[in-house]
Design a binder for this molecule. Structure first.
Ligand SMILES: [Zn+2]
Length: 424
């Protein structure tokens, strides 16, 4: 069916300042019309009264584990999980095996994702060869092969000279550098440095490890005029640092992960290794500072840092791998902030769709204007559900939100005019 007619949906599209009940007609992969009483004889009709439609989400930070760690996730399971969460564009991180430090690996991902066809997967290239932090990759060749940005995510790039060169080179090839800001000489442990790490007597990761690298990257971007994107901001001082540099016109953008907006270090006592993530869950005052920063634009967007791991990799806290899955829980988490009146629905869409699309410089997502590519999600903000064996589409289940009540469920995800996920 090439035509889809969505009836009486609450359309939220910040790109055209729209929040109103409308009909949407999709034809040949594009938004054909938005109106009040649209009629189309041959269309597949979706009665959407009480549901919300918005541009589908764009995630600047996912680990799809393919190639090399397919027992945790592969492109297909990751993409299925993504569309179930309302995402149709993913930037996948290069810490695969082999890493995305050659055009061949980037091309493998792009081709395989195109064959699967559920959504768009764009690779981020590694900053350094083998992600070893010693020698930059060939940005030109990787960009030509389809890499949209460069990062050694999972490992920070701590060598300032190399970072400076990377910012310059990325600018020359028309892209930007992303950094996982945690100085690994300071962040040697497992959870936030604070009363819980003292109580449990385990090695920790202080906020200062993040703050020094956020400051360093902002300073380099300030002096060079290049664009640096800070990945998963989590500390209140880092928020202040980014705010300071943004006020001075520095080309710095940053993302926050949904889990840092609703969970704090206390979660470790409840969920143990399932709450272990880098950067770690921090204090309540950090969480509040992050939410405040969403509102004043200091934080540009939401990114999930979807990081699947097998059950046996999530055993004892001190041995467990860091990270949690997040593609299917991002929307319910963000809707919780909407219900608590901390952000508006329109702001949520901006943070999950419009802004990340703009950061990547993507056409064809982040907007549902007439004529735009039909990439959208339809969800019920009130529907309650659980992430469990039945609903989870990832190969992994490492999240503290497993089996906890969630509110807000995707009913349809439409990618280039095709229904790629449906749950009604
Ligand atoms: Zn990271």
């Amino acid at each position: 069916m090439s035509k889809i007619l969505i009836k009486r949906v609450k359309l939220v599209d910040p790109s055209q300042n729209l929040e109103d009940t409308k009909d949407i007609l999709i034809e040949k992969g594009r938004i054909k019309a938005i109106g009040d009483n649209l009629f189309e004889l041959e269309a597949h009709v979706i009665e959407a009264k009480g549901l919300v439609a918005c541009p589908s989400f764009v995630d600047l930070h996912v680990h799809l584990r393919d190639p090399g760690h397919e027992y945790k996730e592969d492109l297909e399971s990751g993409m299925r999980c993504a569309v179930a969460g309302g995402y149709t564009t993913l930037l996948c991180m290069p810490n695969t095996e082999p890493p995305i430090d050659s055009p061949e690996v980037a091309q493998y991902i792009i081709r395989k994702a195109e064959d699967i066809g559920l959504c768009k997967v764009l690779p981020a290239g590694a900053l350094t060869k083998g992600r070893r932090g010693k020698e930059l990759t060939d940005f030109y060749a990787l960009k030509k092969a389809g890499c949209m940005a460069f990062t050694d995510d999972g490992s920070p790039l701590t060598d300032s000279r190399l970072m400076q060169r990377a910012i310059e080179l990325a600018e020359q090839v028309g892209t930007f550098v992303m950094n996982h800001c945690e100085d690994d000489k300071l962040a040697v442990g497992h959870i936030n440095e604070g009363y819980i790490s003292s109580m449990l007597g385990i090695l920790s990761r202080p906020a200062s490890a993040e703050d020094v690298l956020v400051a360093r990257d902002c300073i380099l971007a300030y002096h060079l005029g290049g664009h640096v994107h800070i990945q998963h901001l989590s500390s209140s001082l880092s928020v202040e640092i980014v705010r300071f540099f943004k006020e001075r016109g520095t080309k710095v953008t940053c993302e926050v992960n949904p889990h840092h907006l609703v969970l704090t270090e206390d979660e470790v006592l409840k969920s143990h290794s399932k709450a272990k993530v880098n950067p770690p869950l921090r204090r309540e005052e950090d969480r509040r500072a992050l939410i405040e920063a969403l509102l004043d634009g200091t934080i540009d967007c939401i990114a999930t840092d979807h990081a699947p791991h097998a059950v046996w990799e999530k055993g004892l806290l001190e041995k467990a791998m860091p990270g949690m899955i997040g593609l299917q829980t991002a929307l319910p988490i963000m809707l919780q902030l909407v219900r608590e009146n901390l952000i508006s629905l329109s702001k949520m869409v901006e943070l999950m769709s419009c802004k990340p699309a703009t950061i990547l410089g993507l056409d064809g997502c982040g907007s549902l204007r007439e004529g735009a590519r039909a990439n959208l999600v339809i969800f019920d903000p009130e529907r309650e559900w659980l992430l469990n064996e039945e609903t989870n589409l990832s190969k992994s289940k490492n999240t503290p939100l497993w089996n906890r009540p969630l509110k807000g469920k995707v009913f349809y995800t439409i990618f280039e005019g095709r229904i790629v996920f449906q749950d009604v």
